[in-house]
Write a protein that binds this ligand. Sequence first.
Ligand SMILES: *[C@@H]1O[C@H](CO)[C@@H](O)[C@H](O)[C@H]1NC(C)=O
Ligand SMILES: *[C@@H]1O[C@H](CO)[C@@H](O)[C@H](O)[C@H]1NC(C)=O
Ligand SMILES: *[C@@H]1O[C@H](CO)[C@@H](O)[C@H](O)[C@H]1NC(C)=O
Ligand SMILES: *[C@@H]1O[C@H](CO)[C@@H](O)[C@H](O)[C@H]1NC(C)=O
Ligand SMILES: *[C@@H]1O[C@H](CO)[C@@H](O)[C@H](O)[C@H]1NC(C)=O
Ligand SMILES: *[C@@H]1O[C@H](CO)[C@@H](O)[C@H](O)[C@H]1NC(C)=O
Ligand SMILES: *[C@@H]1O[C@H](CO)[C@@H](O)[C@H](O)[C@H]1NC(C)=O
Ligand SMILES: *[C@@H]1O[C@H](CO)[C@@H](O)[C@H](O)[C@H]1NC(C)=O
Length: 857
Amino acid sequence: MIRVFFSLCLMASASAYITTSLVIDEECLNFTVYPVQYELIIKPTIFKNQLFFYDCDMVITVIANAPEVTMIELDAKDLVINETVVYRDHTNIINVNTPFTYDRVNGKLKIYLNEPLRVYKRFNTQYQVRIWFKKIVRYDTPGVFAVRYDDDIEGEKYMILTRLSRNHAKYFFPCFDNNRFEAVFKFKINTIPGERGMQYINSSLVIAEEQRRMNRNNYIFIEYQPSPQVSLNEIGFVYSQFSNASMRARNTNDTIVIWAPGPTMIYYNYILKFGQSIMNLIHEYSTIDRPIMYGPINIVAVPSNLNGYEIGSWNLLTNGYIRLAYVPELTSIRQLEKMTFELTQQLCRIWLGNPGEHPRTTWKEEWFKEGVATYFAYYFLGKYHHNGESYKTGWPYGFYGLEMRHRAMLVDWHHSTPSLINFNRTLAVEIPPRYTELMTMKTASLLWMVENWIGTEKFHAALVKYINKRRGSYISIEDFMINLDKETVECFHQFFNGSTSSRVLDSWIHQSGYPVINVEVFRDRSPNVILLKQRKFMFTKEFRYDTKFLIPISYVIQHNQNCYNCHQPRFTISTSTYSFAENLNGGWIILNRRASGYYRVNYDADTWLLIAKTLQENHLSIDELNRAQIVSDVFALYAAGDLSYELAVEILSYLDKEQSYAVWESAITGFELLKIEYAACDFTKALYEEWQQFMRRNVKAIYDTLVEDLEQQQQRRLFRSNIITFACAVQYEPCLHRVRQLYTQQLGRSVGLDPDSRQACYYTVLSDHSGALMQNLTWFEDEDRQIATNRMREESRLMYRLPPGMKTNANLFLNATTHPSSRPSAPAPQTRLPGSSGTLQTSIVCILVAYLFTTIF
Ligand SMILES: *[C@@H]1O[C@H](CO)[C@@H](O)[C@H](O)[C@H]1NC(C)=O
Ligand SMILES: *[C@@H]1O[C@H](CO)[C@@H](O)[C@H](O)[C@H]1NC(C)=O
Ligand SMILES: *[C@@H]1O[C@H](CO)[C@@H](O)[C@H](O)[C@H]1NC(C)=O
Ligand SMILES: *[C@@H]1O[C@H](CO)[C@@H](O)[C@H](O)[C@H]1NC(C)=O
Ligand SMILES: *[C@@H]1O[C@H](CO)[C@@H](O)[C@H](O)[C@H]1NC(C)=O
Ligand SMILES: *[C@@H]1O[C@H](CO)[C@@H](O)[C@H](O)[C@H]1NC(C)=O
Ligand SMILES: *[C@@H]1O[C@H](CO)[C@@H](O)[C@H](O)[C@H]1NC(C)=O
Ligand SMILES: *[C@@H]1O[C@H](CO)[C@@H](O)[C@H](O)[C@H]1NC(C)=O
């Protein structure tokens, strides 16, 4: 049977196969020849002398979409083509004189015919293109490659696998290299297990389940069921000697199967159990017992440094084994975090739509699917940690909201960053990797903003209802918005201006970047008048134009009796200036409750000072997430030249009392913002040194607390690890001393380094010895070594780029007691600043932007 997906419209009138009205408004693809089915008989060979190849006999069933075609052009890279034939009803129509030409450089295989192809629409004719070829596989070949590993019991082993994202299928077999073509794949694998000189292979995986298996003359023929219709980046093939372990979900037959070398299987219990919990959470959430996947989800732990899953993989996933194995003495808490996030995100992708479904759920805008999958990944992780082991201290889901927001904002401010709608119908695999964070994190942040605005329960009820309703059909952002509004329209009357969820989302999806809201309080009026002014947030000086984002405004005030909007955060602004009345009674106002809005806020100096005062005196009276937002904003605004050094330091100097993980995360990521190139604050070495000193002083308390605390609960470990890395990065002497000691200890004995301190340790040791490390490392350790090396390089680049800057008064004073080192990353002796940081006299400060509001009132 032929089911052509994207070329539906070309045959809509003629074909009997098209039964449903699936044509919607899919664009017709204009190509002359379409593939319908690929049949591959692969004979892989792995010699122990490291010669790897496969012979393949393949048949592509194609149909023609244009008359007068006498040549079929295929994409094929790095293959050895042996022979080609083309059949029309068992008649070979290949051009005998020149059957084919193969342009190896451009990767084009042209097959010549002695008669033109008949257009499918008129003649219903299919053709079989048969190609014999050989592929030599090496360790570093793109698309399909070999991996060597040590099996603890049997010694050196090899495997072959594919990673076909980014148009690499043409390295695997000749194909029509277009991700919009979908075809059925039939695989047959022929192996000779255990011939002389060859490695014994007993597991081979493709994207379909095994149908039958035959033994003949030492050969094993494995035939797989026909796959559903998939595009090239959704195919996979893994050929190895792995064993497996599996786990099933509670209410459905959903099964995760992990594949890895036999002796290491024990390390995969953690991820298996985790995957099972996430599947259960997804089922609970979706309220229906619909399986995530028909058939098992195979996950292969590849003993190499593969980093992340492929977007398109659905029932055969591959990832580097440090992203799957949990080895307590080697896996750091960050690696554990990354591992759980990646699997959750991938399971959400699969859940939201995969080729194995019948009928299939198709997302018109794949960037949107990516964003929704990421949003759900954080949502389920939050639930997992809340219900699970971390219950004791809680792991507020809001913390993940902050994380997505920070990650999105870091990439979203550049002038050249496109708006989300720009990705339009681009397939997710074809969106450049530099926009991955934007597409996933920004979309997720916007959803989080809307969730906080209309209320979690209402939002999720609408979301899950929509997803269940659209199962097996199309999801588009337009349709999504209409339905979201329908479900949330009951609160229409609460919106000042009739803003709906869709209008809010729409506004943010169509504009690039994000705004900063400048808040000015006119305290001499009664009631006080609060003026909001939005403009594009930029670190650099250019492009700071006024914006008209539709911003849901929520706020809290210090003396919050009689504050209507504090309880009903339901008003939006869409103009670049807006004012409203609220009595502050001499207190502060803080915008962006729970930090859920995708924008930054700057206040007038008086309000900032009031906020700083409260932070100093009773920081717990301000919500944790708001403190986190304030800290993040202060760093960003300082870097952008919108806040003076004195004011920034005045606000942040309460950090020595701060014990919150979320806030310190903001401080750590915020500190990095200072290093942004061309930022308007005119950063210098002298200022950098001052900031480092400032942070050293503030990190002391939390560092001491965490290092002495033996709690091994996950969030605590993560907090500790991040604080240690940060403290060492700002040259906090006790931290440097500690990690140097750890390093020396592990050199002498066979004990490993504490994985959570490893990155800090490598960074420090590398800095001490200007780049000289270490004996042979495991992949777990090597990842941290690479991160440390990169950070060191960035630090040197920063030092190279920053002008020295004038010595400030504070620096002159300090120079009397410190010994500045010529090497940038060398440890500086610990120093204490005199007095309160608020009194620091600096001559180089970022200019406080003055808001010149002419008489608006
Ligand atoms: C396909 O595109 C070519 C030029 O790009 C055009 O000449 C031809 O008419 C198109 N065919 C169809 C079926 O649209
Ligand atoms: C491929 O070519 C080799 C010689 O170059 C020949 O021995 C072999 O039979 C060919 N294989 C097929 C399937 O045509
Ligand atoms: C393959 O063989 C290895 C031993 O070499 C064994 O550990 C593993 O379980 C086998 N895999 C399968 C799928 O039978
Ligand atoms: C896992 O391996 C066993 C042999 O060890 C095999 O019988 C079983 O079919 C494998 N499971 C899957 C899902 O392939
Ligand atoms: C699970 O699989 C078994 C047999 O393969 C089948 O009988 C059962 O109906 C399935 N259950 C669900 C919930 O799909
Ligand atoms: C998105 O693509 C569709 C068709 O591909 C087009 O009609 C639409 O105008 C595009 N939208 C934007 C905002 O570019
Ligand atoms: C409400 O809408 C009016 C006109 O539609 C607009 O002028 C005003 O700025 C809006 N107010 C808010 C808070 O968005
Ligand atoms: C490290 O490498 C040396 C040789 O370079 C080797 O003898 C030693 O066994 C290796 N250690 C580990 C832990 O692999």
